[in-house]
Write a protein that binds this ligand. Structure first.
Ligand SMILES: [Zn+2]
Length: 53
């Protein structure tokens, strides 16, 4: 049994707020704040980058 958690951070083009949305649950991506349908996908949560000083 494989459960894929697709947690991607989206950004609303209208109000600029960022939110997470699971595409497995939601078919239509919409801003939960203002209801805009224009959503940016800034960066998928794939790799983990650690700041090396
Ligand atoms: Zn919005």
């Amino acid at each position: 049994m494989v459960i894929t958690m697709v947690e991607v951070l989206y950004k609303c083009a209208k109000c600029g707020k960022e939110f997470k949305m699971d595409l497995a649950v939601v078919r239509e991506i919409r801003c939960p704040y203002c209801g805009a349908k224009i959503i940016y996908k800034p960066r998928p949560k794939v790799g983990r980058r650690v700041k090396a000083i």
